[in-house]
Design a protein around this ligand. Structure first.
Ligand code: WT7
Length: 659
């Protein structure tokens, strides 16, 4: 870790904001940024109150900004009432935005569908009416397990319109993961599709729902609504299953939005922690939406003429905030893409930017790194082959972007005239926290730069004291902010201990290590806990370990991450089998079985890249697995540390061969 810290802080390149972007920006120039920060610091109540009044449409205005009588269970605008869907759709009716394209949907096969705001509003209302006719109402929970589609946005917005709390499960998660979430959230409704189309393939979705619901504990699910995406043959449970088009048939295209309390949960989204099962991160209605909209305006400096494209899946928080809620609340035209960046070839993103005249592009470092590799080997799909002149801002999210990837993105995609906006945030923060502003912040490749106004990010030691610039520590947020996680669904105790440990003075603990440089810029160093970040996806080592030990052949497993040039981190699993050490051929076969098993237990994103077998794991004499040592072994480095406390030093040799 210390080497890494050295290398980033020797980065000396600085890119000043482009004058064409400074002019007319929502936050124009550093003095404007600093003025907002100062206002937020000296008059936080006034700062947040004005933002909430100026940017949200309220049914009942709030009188109190922040209620902090029961920390860390903060409440924002808590006596106000509004409807999130009305703030994303109805707000635009009767304005020129009503007839503007809201969504340009490009399917896997390249066909394009457009909907205007007016049309989107009608679709959302029809589904909301259909859900009402099935007896659903505010406070019910719905699992959404859909491919990237206009329908996914419609489903989420229809829930929001009625105050139904949605929990979207990424289509790449297994039936087991789906089951776990359905039970935990107590869902009474599932909205899914027959299948999804990705990379030219039709991948079934409905069977995973059928399997999940058959596992028990999901008896509350009364209906499964199925979007017919691919005309696949599906099993059907009479009385439970309904086609989406039937639910919407003959429903009126208007539906009164249900005003909910500002603190009413808008959604629950599961994410991995260092221990235990995935946590259901609960977000509010008003505070969350306010920040989704403010960050679209500030971070992306969005204008009515922009064509916005966030490549994330709606199954992750990025897709919630920067597809379903933020861009619609801002009245933008946005692109939604069903497929994968490498189909029919790895020029797909660049071609889509060209075809749809995208002006703001937001993607993940892992995508940039894999497309770099592809472009360097296949010149025909290099971004320089495409007309990317419409781009004005290019963003990054999900993991640290290394300076090389940053420079490639800046040079080849941004053509040295678009700022790379490296946004640091988390499922729990609801929206961007630390990020450059296109019209204000000088950029340094690899740094997410400075906190947004109102966000009191800091770096502290184990007792919550600020550490000096240049020194590493825990990334915390000192004061509450409106879009913060409200609790872990069903587990307020875990919420407290995970995010507000007693030693840290009540600060929000992000779980990342970081440091600031002499200009106070933040450099994120990666997680401080047993959470891995593989291709921008968060996974707990313990989740993968539990999946592995559930396999009949596995006696014991330990999982660590190691740096990977494309995926950021890669999973290395150390496995002790219930049988003698396998030979090469057997080892390869068992490794394949175990990978498929993990894919079935969690999802393909959790498949270990490497599996290593040993007769035992390196343990201290008291029986504790020495993970630090495993991380060294996983990186193929020589073990230089003292292994005298190790019960069985010979084991390290066995564990060096990977399958
Ligand atoms: C973790 C959160 C943010 C939405 C997508 C991921 C890492 C995220 C950055 C960035 C360095 C980053 C952190 C964070 N991370 N963005 N720009 N630079 N690290 O959300 O799944 O909740 O993961 O992703 O480690 O804690 P998530």
């Amino acid at each position: 870790m210390s080497n890494e810290i050295q290398s980033v802080l020797t980065e000396s390149r600085v890119f000043q904001p482009f004058s064409n972007l400074v002019e007319g920006a929502a936050i124009s120039g550093m003095p404007a940024y600093q003025a907002l920060c100062e206002r937020a610091e000296h008059d936080p109540d006034g700062f947040w109150k004005d933002l909430a009044n100026d940017n949200l449409v309220w049914n009942t205005p709030f009188t109190q900004v922040l209620d902090e009588t029961n920390p860390p269970f903060y409440r924002w605008f808590a006596d106000g009432e509004l409807n999130v869907s009305a703030n994303c759709l109805d707000k635009h009716l009767g304005t020129p935005t009503a007839d503007k394209t809201a969504i340009i949907f490009e399917a896997d096969d390249g066909s394009v569908t457009r909907v205007t705001y007016k049309e989107l509003h009608a679709k959302v209302c029809q589904l909301a009416n259909g859900l009402t006719s099935l007896g659903y109402s505010a406070g019910d929970r719905a699992i959404i397990y859909l491919p990237m589609s206009i329908e996914a946005v419609v489903a989420m917005q229809a829930c929001a319109r009625l105050g139904i709390i949605h929990s979207v499960v990424f289509g790449g998660f297994s039936s087991k993961s789906l089951h776990e979430r359905t039970v935990d959230v107590g869902a009474s409704l599932v909205i899914t599709a027959d299948a999804q189309m990705r990379g030219g393939k039709t991948l079934a979705l409905k069977p995973a729902v059928d399997e999940a619901l058959s596992l028990g504990g999901c008896e509350a699910v009364r209906n499964v609504i199925v979007y017919n995406r691919a005309n696949s043959k599906v099993d059907w449970v009479e009385g439970r299953d309904r086609w989406l088009h039937d639910v919407c048939l003959n429903q009126p295209g208007t539906c009164e939005p249900v005003a909910v309390n500002a603190e009413h949960p808008l959604f629950i989204l599961y994410t991995s922690g260092s221990t235990g099962k995935p946590k259901g991160v609960q977000h509010s209605s008003a505070g969350y939406l306010l920040w989704a909209l403010m960050t679209i305006k500030w971070t992306f400096d969005a204008k009515p003429t922009d064509v916005f494209w966030c490549t994330a899946d709606v199954g992750w928080v990025t897709g919630h905030t920067y597809i379903t809620y933020g861009p619609l609340a801002a009245g933008l035209t946005q692109v939604i893409f069903e497929g994968v960046p490498t189909y029919p070839d790895a020029g797909r993103f660049w071609k889509m930017i060209q075809d749809h005249k995208v002006t703001i592009f937001y993607t993940a470092p892992t995508a940039i790194r894999s497309l770099t590799k592809a472009a360097e080997t296949t010149p025909q799909i290099h971004p320089r082959q495409y007309n990317l002149d419409t781009l004005r801002i290019i963003g990054s999210v999900g993991e640290p972007i290394n300076p090389e990837a940053w420079m490639w993105y800046y040079t080849n995609v941004g053509r040295e005239r678009c700022p790379v906006i490296d946004t640091w945030w988390q499922t729990e923060t609801g929206g961007h926290m630390i990020t450059p502003l296109p019209g204000a912040t000088p950029l340094k490749p690899g740094s997410c730069s400075l906190p947004l106004p109102g966000i009191t990010a800091a770096i502290v030691d184990e007792v919550g004291e600020d550490v000096p610039h240049g020194k590493g520590g825990f990334l915390v947020v000192k004061r509450p902010w409106p879009a913060m996680i409200r609790t872990i669904w069903g587990d307020p105790e875990r919420f407290k201990t995970s995010y507000f440990p007693a030693e840290l003075k009540g600060y929000y603990l992000a779980g990342d290590g970081a440091q600031r440089d002499d200009d106070a810029y933040f450099w994120i160093m990666g997680r401080i806990d047993d959470v891995l970040n593989v291709s921008g996806h968060r996974l707990g080592t313990m989740e993968v370990e539990s999946a592995l030990v559930a396999h009949p052949l596995v006696a014991e497993a330990a999982v660590v991450g190691r740096p990977d040039a494309t995926t950021g981190e890669a999973i290395v699993a150390f496995v002790v089998l219930n049988q003698s050490l396998p030979d090469d051929e057997q080892g390869r076969k068992i490794a394949t079985d175990l990978r498929n098993w993990v894919a079935h237990e969690i999802g393909p994103i959790a498949k270990p890249k490497e599996i290593r077998f040993g007769e035992n794991l390196p343990k201290t004499r008291s029986g504790k697995i020495m993970r630090r040592l495993l991380r060294v072994v996983a990186q193929g480095q020589e073990v230089t540390q003292d292994v005298s406390t190790l019960e069985n030093p010979a084991i390290l040799d066995q564990l060096s061969q990977s399958f």
